[in-house]
Design a protein around this ligand. Structure first.
Ligand code: UDX
Length: 437
């Protein structure tokens, strides 16, 4: 099938390459010329494991190309809209500028019977509104909403082998046409047994925001338990293991630590609350305010724990932060808890050096006031406290004896609870985890 992908960021670039791998003829469009140049040259414009290989394979097949010219999509039968929906400045609501612009820029190039498939995370009601305006401007076209559930760091496998497909479609023959077009796009996965759920627009939009809210709630739940563990001397990691053995609860997303960040969970729960308010259903989501508050409290808690580990003052202290990305296997620093903590420590008088295997370039753009060092050993040299805030494998595998030889003081705060406390303590370190005695 001839497909276009509008927006080639973390979602769209992977989606475009994956669709070409599935055998479709794909044109990716983005207004960012630098991104387009990189993608055209077969290079990934950001770090995502497996994406360079996927791009190379897709480019070699001749089925994938990129452009900044929207007119190039006119021969496509189906268009995926993959642009961002960031948080509006100074507000909780989502900024729909890019989604609205993608739809209006696309409209003049829609062929007879074209299907426009939104993948961006949008407030409930958006697909219906866009479909209504498209019905006037391009009555021969159909809108569908097909939310994306990919995780950064696993985006390639999540796109090629998703847990499920959700199609939000209109009633009647247009809906049937959208379902059969999407079935054709995803035929390989569907034949492999991936379930698909066909619903109305509102349900499809809500599936995405509800899923992210549930995940955020799970993380904040365990972080709230970490607060209680800290108050009572219990160990939140063992608590999570034990409650996670109940299949109804499950162990995944129960890792207490410095909390969630990134370009999705924080802004999605806020946009969800804002939309619920507009719909007069704000009471239903007041708990998400608490989920957000627990999450943000984690960051200040880590700052306080660091101060306590440094005899009550941060002023003049040399602190090394391991990790800048919001999670491992990503160079994304949007709302990164690690950087937020690093910046707070710096503001309160510490000298903070941040290291990360992939995210330093992005981190330096956002927080130029911090010191960045790519080499882990150099970053650790003479540190008076070490904070592990993003659980990259190389930090998980650090040797406490070797690291002990380069730091000034053997003090470590494990903000992701991934180190073995006994091994670090035996090597002479003061080890502090989150919600652990
Ligand atoms: C998320 C959703 O998982 C994905 O389905 C959706 O499409 C986009 O948003 P992503 O933002 O890539 O994906 O990251 P995710 O793996 O969900 O992690 C989010 C944050 O939660 C990270 O900062 C991570 O470190 C943190 N986290 C995750 C925890 O603090 N504890 C956990 O147990 C799990």
């Amino acid at each position: 099938m001839r497909i276009s992908v509008i927006g080639c960021g973390y979602l769209g670039a992977v989606h475009a390459a994956a669709m070409a791998k599935l055998g479709h003829d794909v044109i990716g469009v983005d207004s960012d010329l630098r991104k387009i140049e990189e993608l055209q040259a077969g290079r990934a414009p950001f770090f995502e494991p497996g994406l360079p290989e996927l791009l190379e394979e897709a480019q070699a097949s001749g089925r994938l190309s990129f452009t900044s010219e929207m007119s190039a999509v006119s021969t496509a039968a189906l268009h995926f809209v993959c642009v961002g929906t960031p948080q509006r400045r100074g507000e909780n609501a989502a900024d729909l500028t890019y989604v609205n612009a993608a739809f209006s820029d696309l409209t003049p190039y829609l062929s007879e019977g074209a299907i426009v498939v939104g993948k961006s995370t949008v407030p409930v009601g958006t697909a219906g509104r866009l479909a209504a305006s498209l019905a006037e401007a391009a009555p021969h076209a159909t809108v569908a909403w097909n939310p994306e559930f990919l995780r950064e760091g696993h985006a390639v496998s999540d796109t090629l082998n998703p847990d499920r497909f959700v199609y939000g479609v209109p009633a009647g023959h247009q809906g049937l046409a959208a379902v059969s077009a999407l079935d054709e796009v995803y035929s390989a996965s569907l034949a492999g047994g991936t379930p698909r759920v066909v619903v109305d627009y509102a349900t499809a939009e809500l599936v995405k925001t509800a899923a992210n809210s549930f995940l955020a709630t799970k993380i904040s739940f365990i972080n709230a338990m970490a607060e209680l563990c800290e108050a009572s001397g219990a160990d939140v990691t063992l608590l999570a293991d034990a409650i996670g053995m109940d299949e109804r609860i499950g162990r995944k997303f129960l890792n207490a630590g410095v909390g969630f960040g990134g370009g999705c969970l924080p802004k999605d729960i806020r946009a969800f609350m804002a939309r619920a308010g507009e719909l007069g259903a704000d009471q239903a989501l007041t708990f998400l305010r608490e989920v957000d508050a627990i999450n943000m409290r984690r960051r200040s808690r880590v700052v306080e724990l660091t101060r306590a580990l440094l005899d009550g003052t941060l002023i003049g202290k040399r602190i090394t932060v391991l990790g800048a990305a919001f999670k491992p296997e990503s160079d994304d620093v949007r709302d990164s808890p690690a950087l937020s903590v690093a910046a707070q420590l710096q503001l309160q008088g510490a000298t903070v050096t941040v290291t990360d295997p992939q995210a330093l370039k992005n981190a330096a753009q956002r927080f130029p006031e911090l010191v960045f060092e790519q080499d882990t050993e150099l970053a650790l040299t003479n540190a008076e406290a070490v904070l592990l805030l993003t659980e990259w494998r190389e930090y998980r595998d650090l040797d406490p004896i070797a690291v002990g030889g380069v730091v000034k003081e053997k003090v470590i705060l494990d903000g992701r609870n991934i180190l073995q406390p006994t091994i670090w303590r035996e090597a002479g370190w003061t080890y502090k985890g989150i919600g652990r005695p």
